[in-house]
Design a binder for this molecule. Structure first.
Ligand code: PLZ
Length: 454
């Protein structure tokens, strides 16, 4: 069957195993890849995809995998979402590129208007469009530095902000992201994150968000000096760090401190943004109004697009020519974004993320009740995870995470491992997945835990 016959939204919504996974066709492609592609780019599951939609991915051998990863939080509106595809196709037929810095076009402006409207806060905003999450984070720092005339950037333990030089400096985990790639950009300072599961265990009592924020503030005051800090950059829920949801009160206390000290508060919503957490942006859960918001991933249903959106008076600090890039806000990508935004708003996807979240939490708690190695269940909405430890301890158990993910992959369920310690299974399905597929995926995960712990 060709991609056209099976593609996107028309895929039968079922798990299907017709060969070993990866099957012979995928293995053939993998052998070619080994000769052609730089080994530095790794894949979670080498099943080559030919079509995807709803909650499934079809591979080159005709297997259908249940998708619990959304291409790392990207195909939140569903893979090949018809609204995204129709708009992008129409745009590609009209023109493919002008470079917004050469000749502008309406789609770019429309996406900027939509982001200004959708991001938290009803103050006047401006947006710049870019290609990747890392580029958005870099630009947020550039803008904050020009606006404040200061240099220092505060980031957090377990943070992930990208793979470019500045964002590597901002990312916490050494291997595989940073090791050997230095020297890194300077003036980046790392503060302690609020990590309730581990903080509370270490303290022997519940550490409040305010107390966790006090550690950060003390560190900034002592090591940098608040009036030298340009920006504080934080993921409202950490993605690659392990779906860490900070203690309630942590983010508001930091936002307040930033405001009181003229520090630009940047929410990196690249992974948590766009309906994923059961709100359009994760900052909303605690009523945070960031000065700047970085977005990417879920913004355009799979086409490469990213943005910095923020307070007009901050964004306006950079003069003409100071921001941009050849492809930033590419016509097809902005058309796709308009389709994706329409899907979020018209198809009830924020509410759907909450429903999916309820199922995920129930199924994660059921795992925890059966397997004491599930140390923590956490997340918001359709961004949930389990942190795995060795029995009766807090010692990370990356081997178990790997074994369960491998068992799942072999049984046509795609699940992604994450976390500083490699011991977190994260669940971030497309919001177009059915309840039945979610339950079926968790039945497979339960078998995976049982098999690995036998
Ligand atoms: N900020 C919060 O999650 C990307 C990276 C996977 P890019 N996360 C997935 C990998 O191993 O490369 C991410 C993120 C947050 C920034 C980024 C960077 O986004 O679009 O990958 O540059």
């Amino acid at each position: 069957m060709t991609v056209l016959e099976t593609g996107g939204d028309q895929l039968p919504q079922e798990r299907r195993i017709v060969t070993e996974i990866p099957g012979p066709r995928s293995r053939e492609l993998e052998a070619r890849r080994k000769r052609a592609v730089a080994p530095g780019v790794a894949s979670s599951l080498p099943a080559y995809i030919v079509a995807a939609g709803g909650g499934v991915l079809r591979d080159a051998d005709g297997n259908q995998l249940i998708d619990l990863g959304s291409g790392i939080a990207v195909t939140t509106v569903g893979n090949a979402n018809p609204r995204v595809v129709a708009r992008a196709k129409e745009q590609l037929d009209a023109f493919t590129h002008t470079c917004f810095m050469v000749n502008p076009y309406e789609g770019y402006v429309e996406v900027a208007e939509a982001l200004n409207r959708l991001t938290p806060g009803d103050h006047e905003k401006r947006t710049v469009l870019l290609n990747s999450g890392a580029e958005a984070v870099e630009n947020a720092v550039k803008i904050a530095r020009v606006h404040t005339g200061r240099n220092a950037v505060v980031v957090f333990d377990h943070a992930y902000h990208g793979r470019t030089n500045l964002t590597m400096a901002m990312t916490s985990k050494a291997a595989p992201y940073k090791k050997g790639f230095g020297p890194f950009a300077g003036e980046v300072y790392r503060a302690p994150m609020s990590y309730p599961y581990r903080d509370d265990a270490a303290a022997g009592t519940k550490v409040s968000g305010e107390d966790a924020a006090a550690r950060v503030i003390e560190m900034i005051d002592r090591q940098i000096g608040a009036d030298d800090v340009a920006a504080l950059v934080i993921e409202p829920i950490q993605g690659e760090g392990g779906f860490i949801v900070p203690a309630e009160g942590f983010l508001p206390a930091l936002a307040e401190y930033a405001k009181a000290n003229g520090i630009v508060f940047v929410a990196d919503e690249v992974q948590a943004g766009f309906a994923r957490t059961g709100a359009m942006f994760a900052s909303e859960h605690e009523g945070i109004v960031p000065d700047l918001v970085t977005t990417a991933k879920g913004i355009a249903g799979g086409l490469p697009l990213a943005a910095v959106t923020g307070r007009a008076e901050i964004m306006d600090a950079v003069g003409a020519g100071g921001l941009g890039g050849t492809y930033g806000g590419n016509p097809a990508a902005v058309a796709a974004a308009l389709g994706a935004i329409e899907a979020y708003e018209s198809d009830g996807l924020v509410a759907r993320a909450r429903e999916i979240g309820e199922i995920l939490v129930k199924r994660c708690e059921r795992l925890q009740a059966q397997f004491p190695e599930v140390g923590d269940v956490r997340g918001r909405g359709a961004m949930q995870a389990v942190e795995l430890v060795r029995r009766d301890s807090l010692e990370p158990n990356p081997e178990l995470a790997k074994a369960v993910a491998q068992h799942a992959g072999a049984n046509a369920v795609l699940v992604l491992v994450t976390g500083t310690f490699g011991n977190v299974l994260r669940f971030l399905p497309p919001l177009t997945i059915s309840d039945a597929l979610l339950h079926e995926a968790f039945d497979v995960l339960e078998e995976g835990f049982a098999a690995a712990l036998r």
